[in-house]
Unconditional design. Sequence first.
Length: 94
Amino acid sequence: MQITLDLPEELIQHFDPDDLSREILAELVIQAHETEKITNVDVDVGRILGLPSGWAVDAFLKQHNADLNYDEMDLARDHKTLHQLREKQANRAS
């Protein structure tokens, strides 16, 4: 979808015209992420912005001071997954 915006000259003079569309898209994606309109962050943000990986998405969000929405439950889940992967790796090695 294409959208046309009328922006004040005093605002757009602070931006590189070649990057303005990308910057507006990035800000819109950040806003959608922070208001939880985008829920599958790695997939949706990455796809919309053309980022190659979940790490790139995390770096993008961090660079723009966006909340990563990563809580203690996420940490516990990741810790459990890491533990399971290490067990599998140890079982293969023996």
